[in-house]
Design a protein around this ligand. Sequence first.
Ligand code: HEC
Length: 159
Amino acid sequence: MSVLKKAFIAITVSASLVAATASMAQPASSEKHANRATELRQSIFKLLGSNMGTLGAMAKGKIALDAEVVEKNATRINQLSLMIADYTRTDTSKFDVETEALAKIWQDPTHFSKDIEKLTLASANLIAAAKTNDEGAIKKAIGGVGKTCGGCHDDFKKD
Ligand code: HEC
């Protein structure tokens, strides 16, 4: 199967998963539950940050561009994007947890799902670009992923 076809299938599957899981927010049942859910949620975003850091440095020319590393990290980002819905489902907004997440995540799940989907699509696009080994296309696609991170942070994360 072609790479693009695989990527397309991944996108289609993830989009339907996102649609199916939207609006299924579950309020945390206790402070302990809220703290645990917050830790897991932040773990996903920490891993996204860890994988994106290298890509950002490559896009800015701070370190040499390596298409294999780009493909590996973009694949991880794509897979992590598919976990965001599950790991943000527990609504922790009624508890005093240390978080930068805005309660809007659970108030506007359709919008939040759209922002997740943008990351899924942009990272699939970066996987495809990495396979072409075209430096310009790869840097552009890294920028495309970065935009979706920033877009969701503008909407759903405290400054
Ligand atoms: C769909 C929305 C969304 C997308 C997409 C998204 N983020 Fe975030 N991000 C958040 C939210 C919400 C938080 C705050 C989580 C919390 O504090 O509970 C966050 C927190 C973070 C953190 C801080 C984690 C910590 O607790 O130390 C980092 C780093 C981060 N994001 C990086 C990224 C990167 C890099 C990308 C793109 C590859 C990305 N995020 C994409 C919503 C998003």
